[in-house]
Design a binder for this molecule. Structure first.
Ligand code: TPP
Ligand code: SF4
Length: 265
């Protein structure tokens, strides 16, 4: 099926209320394409989602079984569903604030327990829904509504975080490469065990306008400049990886560490 047929079939409303140019539209299209290419249907999965623009992907738009939780509690709800019924294929979709700030504690313990759930973290670098506040993934020096002169703090590298606490499947894909994102989602849905994907997603409304990339196209061009596939990165020296973030699927901290610049290592 093409994207418009998939959206008609699986979304409650064809038009979302996301801001024009929001990267979550790309994620929705890639996710629906991935399940279609796997020969699956949306109701083959059971979703959990908390609060945030990102959580709206499921809560407002997916025509599927969903546990709409309080902010930050999508992972424990997913763990509970999986414990109660091992046959469910449980998928969590949320934001960087939801999953790694207020819900960060739950995330690391789900990894520690290797609970077999798939967690998609839509990272727009800040709290989008509530007005663009700084969060744990906001890049250093970036401006947000609460760091108007630039974020003084070091952000989490989410792939590093997941693998460092024993995760065996962590991936990262930017929305600028939707076909690679779709491929990554397929790989993740086919695997077992605890799986985590960081989806780097443009938020022109809250992040872009404050950081000299005010449009979706300028944010996507920025992604292209700063995100590099692990296949391409393999041939570069660590000094050449400065200012670049590597994307793809990673199975151990040892594998991922090869791609960190001297500064990030
Ligand atoms: C317990 C609680 N604290 C705070 C809030 C307010 N709140 C709603 S969404 C949100 C942040 C969402 O950010 P993120 O998860 O990154 O999603 P985004 O909107 O950026 O996609 C916050 C702080 C809330 N709803 N509940
Ligand atoms: S605030 Fe950002 S993340 Fe939320 S809908 Fe608008 S562009 Fe998307």
């Amino acid at each position: 099926m093409n994207t418009s047929q998939l959206r008609k079939l699986y979304l409650r409303e064809e038009r979302t209320t996301f801001c024009p140019g929001c990267g979550y539209e790309i994620f929705i299209n890639s996710f629906l394409k991935a399940i279609d290419e796997l020969g699956k249907r949306l109701d083959d999965y059971t979703f959990t989602a908390g609060i945030g623009c990102s959580a709206w992907v499921v809560n407002n738009y997916f025509r599927a079984d969903n546990f709409h939780t309080a902010h930050g509690r999508a992972v424990p709800a997913a763990v509970g569903l999986k414990l109660a019924n091992h046959d469910l294929d449980v998928v969590t979709i949320g934001g960087d604030g939801d999953l790694t700030s207020i819900g960060g504690n739950h995330l690391i313990h789900a990894i520690r327990r290797s609970t077999p759930i798939a967690v998609f973290c839509l990272n727009n670098y800040l709290y989008g829904m509530t007005g663009g506040q700084v969060g744990p993934t906001t890049p250093q020096d970036s401006r947000t509504s609460t760091t108007i002169e630039g974020n003084p703090e070091r952000p989490f590298d989410l792939v590093n975080l997941v693998l460092s606490v024993g995760g065996k499947y962590a991936s990262r894909y930017p929305t600028v490469y939707p076909h690679l994102l779709t491929k990554g989602i397929k790989g993740m849905l086919l695997c077992e065990g605890f799986r985590f994907m960081e989806v780097i997603s443009q938020c022109p409304r809250q992040y872009g306008v404050r950081n000299e990339v005010p449009t979706a196209s300028s944010m996507l061009a920025w992604q292209k400049e700063h995100y590099l596939s692990k296949e391409k990165a393999r041939n570069l020296r660590s000094a050449e990886l400065e200012d670049k973030t590597v994307f793809g699927d990673f199975r151990s901290i040892k594998e991922y560490s090869c791609f960190l610049s001297e500064e990030g290592a």
